[in-house]
Design a protein around this ligand. Structure first.
Ligand code: GLN
Length: 192
């Protein structure tokens, strides 16, 4: 067990399961609902959910600027809606992106809730041991900048990407009882 404290933004979406995955991966998890909590965490997970709703809910207790200030200095892992928020260039003014990753996405590009699917991904950092990835109203990563490393693909399109401080998944790694991707994030935090 490491003594790292990983925050999971708890304003909307699938945050409880992420906390379990963080524990499985060997770190402490804290659900973050207030800006004051950002002062004692080592990294932050932006969970899946609904990026438009998350944008709307940011404000009184914890706001866009609080998260941005934290994320400029410390590692952040965005999953699904969380990845949408980390990226840039979205043409939807209901979503306020942090523009921290040079990744552009199309929301809901794989269809609606009923088109959710599971795919076995080959992880670049653990090849040959498939990761069962759950895609739910997932964004499709359309363009990536030159600083972005692709860590997994689904049908040739990037689905797990990283840059210096950031990690982004278009699927829900917290819905699979396999902590490898959360462990990878913890490792990343230890290296900064
Ligand atoms: N479709 C959602 C959005 O646009 C993301 C879905 C998810 O996080 N599972 O924000």
């Amino acid at each position: 067990m490491s003594d790292l404290n990983i925050g999971v933004l708890g304003i909307q979406g699938a945050y409880e399961k992420h906390a379990l995955s963080v524990s499985l991966a060997g770190a402490k998890a804290e659900i973050i609902k207030y800006r004051e909590q950002l002062t004692h965490i080592d990294g932050l997970i932006l969970p899946g959910g609904e990026s438009t709703t998350m944008t709307k809910m940011m404000g009184f207790r914890i706001g866009y600027e609080d998260i941005l200030a934290f994320a400029k200095k410390r590692p952040v892992f965005g999953t699904c809606a969380g990845l949408i928020l980390l990226g840039k260039g979205i043409e939807d003014n209901r979503v306020h992106q942090f523009e921290l990753m040079d990744v552009s996405v199309t929301r809901n590009a794989y269809g609606s809730q009923k088109d959710s699917f599971v795919d076995n991904l080959n992880l670049e950092f653990d090849p040959g041991n498939p990761f069962h990835a759950v895609f739910i109203r997932a964004p499709r990563i359309e363009n990536i900048g030159k600083d972005i490393r692709v860590l997994a693909r689904c049908e040739d399109m990037p689905v797990l990407v990283e840059s210096d401080l950031y990690l982004g998944a278009s699927f829900h790694p917290e819905l699979t009882p396999d902590p490898r991707i959360h462990k990878y994030f913890i490792q990343k935090i230890m290296e900064v």
